[in-house]
Design a protein around this ligand. Structure first.
Ligand code: TXA
Ligand code: MG
Length: 315
């Protein structure tokens, strides 16, 4: 394959990216959460290329990204609760798992053959411009090799996927920094993955509790956690001080070699999480280890702790 093009996030870059996508090629693009690895969600070959580029061992389902609510409604069925959540949080870091409209033409590789579809309307201006220029849904997992740390900068994408995808649209650093919150709206709403919209905000909008749902994205015991977001170095959590050979990543009062947020701000910590994981990995080197200070289990802290527990899970 040709070398990966870097496109600037201007009209020309977006037009080039849309043309590549229409030709069934893959383009990584910025969203407010992380960079996505985009391909035409209605093109089986393009979607298959996504799995190939990421080296994903299993065909787990992908999120369809849309330009607006109208496009979303052509793909999936919205009930009153789904509409209320879309109204309150879209565009933004919330993914809704809804009944698929079979006539929507979504590749069965996107849904992994299920009759539900994960839909997301991203808030990043470059993502919206690309989706509008492309004019259809884009399947887009995070733009990293399978199991590795998610990318929040174009450099991260190039480091993992250069030569494996057609292009990366460079839109700078991602503001939210952790992936979208995933909610399924079957008979009862369920939290499938904590993420950029805190569960507390969703519960307030739904006016009912949001229990964690059964899926591999929400394991219920630490021992069952799939290793994911894995840096090269082993990771220890809940650290108040570094042990020998460890790079300590601080938070709030726990000072470290690096910090997720010196002031204890969870928004800042989420935004810097994946970049700091990479920096700590580089500092730790081949023999080193990484320790993380405790992060409170509330608001965005739930998404941060979810990603850290996976980074620390046995490999
Ligand atoms: O913030 C994000 O959501 C990013 C950016 C690029 O938008 N995307 C992302 O995609 O995190 P990915 O592929 O890494 O995660 C998609 C998750 C998977 O864990 C998958 O199991 C779940 O969504 N998912 C997709 N479709 C589903 C469905 N029909 N039912 C249940 N879970 C689904
Ligand atoms: Mg991912």
């Amino acid at each position: 394959m040709e070398p990966t093009e870097t496109l600037s996030a201007d009209d020309a870059g977006i037009a080039r990216a849309a043309a590549l996508l229409r030709a069934g090629q893959l383009v990584a693009f910025p969203t407010e959460t992380v960079y996505g690895l985009g391909g035409d969600a209605r093109n089986d070959q393009a979607v298959a290329r996504i799995f190939e580029a990421k080296g994903r061992p299993r065909f787990n389902p992908l999120i369809a990204h849309v330009a607006d609510l109208e496009m979303a409604e052509t793909l999936a069925v919205f009930d009153a609760q789904a509409r209320a959540l879309a109204q309150a949080f879209w565009p933004g870091p919330l993914t809704l798992v809804l009944p698929l409209r079979p006539e929507a033409g979504i590749s069965a590789l996107v849904t992994a053959g299920h009759d539900t579809l994960a839909v997301r309307l991203p808030a990043h201006p470059v993502a919206s411009a690309l989706l509008r220029a492309f004019g259809g849904p884009l399947a887009a997992p995070s733009a990293n090799p399978s199991g590795r740390v998610s990318p929040t900068r174009a450099d991260h994408v190039r480091a993992g996927l250069s030569g494996r995808i057609a292009a990366v649209l460079d839109g700078g650093a991602c503001a939210v920094g952790v992936e979208s919150t995933i909610v399924s709206l079957g008979p009862e709403p369920r939290l499938l993955r904590p993420g950029g919209v805190p569960a507390e905000a969703l519960e307030a909008a739904l006016r009912q509790p949001l229990p964690a749902g059964g899926s591999e994205t929400a394991p219920n015991a630490p021992g069952q956690l799939a290793s994911h977001y894995a840096p090269g170095a082993p990771v220890r959590l809940g650290a108040h001080a570094a042990e020998t050979g460890e790079i300590l990543v601080g938070f709030g009062p726990v000072k470290g070699d690096l910090t997720l947020s010196a002031s204890g701000d969870l928004v800042e910590a989420a935004a810097s999480l994946f970049h700091i994981l990479r920096e700590a990995d580089a500092l730790a080197g081949p023999e080193g280890r990484i320790a993380f200070a405790p992060i409170p289990e509330k608001g965005l802290g739930r998404a941060i702790n979810d990603r850290l527990r996976r980074a620390a899970a046995p490999r």
